[in-house]
Design a protein around this ligand. Structure first.
Ligand SMILES: NC(=O)C1=CN([C@@H]2O[C@H](COP(=O)(O)OP(=O)(O)OC[C@H]3O[C@@H](n4cnc5c(N)ncnc54)[C@H](O)[C@@H]3O)[C@@H](O)[C@H]2O)C=CC1
Ligand SMILES: O=C(CO)COP(=O)(O)O
Length: 345
């Protein structure tokens, strides 16, 4: 079994470290906070981020990034999207051998409008990893920590690297598929956070199941519309990293995006909600990015743009819903491109 560094000791980094530890790898869990490394090593728990879960003894926490990455065969980047550039810049000075580079973050950078793998490629020379691998899918850290059955997808333009990531993570309760469509896999994981905010808002307004089913379904339609315009395979959005991740985040109070939306729906202010969460709510920045992409590409995204107005233009949740319900009449299903019309979903 090999040595793997997991960079980012929040809930998802810790849960992924646990899977790798269960698979008997030597896992180095790096945190930028010294006291957190000490706590993990002394207690074998990361209580703030993965409550009540004892971590496998194969995991050692590190504060020194150089020591964490020495001799590792793979590096798993799991910091919030906002911190990806900074961590890659630190890695650049320290990494001197080739690794399989996997990221598991779900977001799009506002302004640059880059996916996480594109940000990594901008900051880290490719000779250190070849092609980036992304790991995504319906996977709450809390349930992975409890070893409940979970399925995810790994994606890379280099199939051999995707298979290496699949082999590192797969076990009897953590099933890993591969999909070569990295654009679709990354966009599905990032854009579902916007719809999860919307589902939380709808639940905060006590609108019930019909409204939430509508948000999930019409949300998927706009994710697929934007994603296809950016080169994704539309069928990816019918898979684990599309509809699968939408379901898991829109219907669960484990989701930080759902929880933040729920508080917004109850009338709390965005800055108070984010203060209260204490964990990353990726959907907020990704809403900004998707709003910019929708305008730049002329793609209709009414739910995303409604949530943008609620988050950044002080629109009231109820007014946003009224506006969505009273848009002009439209078709539900759009024409499939010719090359897909013979495929089944
Ligand atoms: N929590 C979950 O169930 C899942 C989370 N994800 C994704 O994983 C990514 C990370 O999320 P979580 O671990 O849940 O977040 P979190 O909020 O639980 O933890 C984030 C961690 O990153 C660290 N961090 C923040 N800025 C940093 C910096 N500049 N340098 C180094 N470390 C820094 C924080 O100290 C914290 O330990 C996000 O993109 C999220 O969407 C994906 C699937 C599941
Ligand atoms: O991506 C996730 C599950 O697949 C976790 O979503 P949240 O970041 O909303 O908690």
């Amino acid at each position: 079994m090999g040595k793997v560094a997991v960079l980012g000791a929040g809930s998802w980094g810790t849960a992924l470290a646990l899977v790798l530890g269960d698979n008997q790898h030597e896992v180095r869990l790096w945190t930028h906070r010294k006291e957190q490394a000490k706590e993990i090593n002394e207690t074998h728990m990361n209580e703030r981020y993965l409550k009540g879960i004892e971590l496998p003894k194969q995991i050692t926490a590190y504060h020194d990034l150089q020591k964490a990455i020495n001799d590792v065969e793979a590096i798993v980047l799991v910091v919030p999207t906002k911190a990806i550039r900074e961590v890659c810049q630190q890695l650049k000075g320290l990494l001197h051998h080739k690794v399989t580079l996997i990221h598991a973050s779900k977001g799009i950078e506002p302004d640059s409008l880059k996916r996480v793998s594109e940000v990594i490629e901008e900051e880290l020379p490719k000779d250190l990893y070849g092609e980036v691998v992304v790991l995504s899918g319906p996977s709450h850290a809390e349930e992975v920590g409890a070893r409940h059955p979970t399925t995810v997808t790994v994606s890379s333009t280099d199939e051999t690297l995707a298979q290496h990531a699949q082999d590192l993570f797969i076990n009897e309760s953590f099933r890993v598929y591969t999909n070569p469509d990295i654009v679709g896999v990354e966009l599905g994981g990032a854009l579902k956070n916007i719809i999860a905010l919307g589902a939380g808002i709808s639940d905060g307004l006590d609108y019930g199941d019909n409204a939430k089913a509508a948000l999930i379904t019409r949300g998927l339609a706009e994710i697929a519309r934007l994603g296809s315009s950016m080169g994704a395979n539309p069928l990816t959005f019918a898979g684990l990293t599309g509809v699968g991740d939408l379901i898991v985040t829109c219907t669960s109070s484990h989701s930080r995006n759902w929880r933040a939306g729920h508080l917004l729906g109850k009338g709390y202010k965005l800055e108070d909600v984010l203060d209260q969460m204490g964990m990353v709510v990726e959907g907020v920045r990704t809403t900004k990015a998707a709003h910019q992409l929708s305008a730049e590409r002329g793609i209709e995204m009414p739910i995303t743009n409604g949530i943008y107005n609620l988050l950044f233009n002080q629109k009231k949740p109820k007014d946003v819903v009224d506006q969505l319900m009273n848009r002009g009449k439209t078709h539900e299903v759009e024409e499939l491109p010719d090359d897909l019309s013979n495929q089944t979903l």
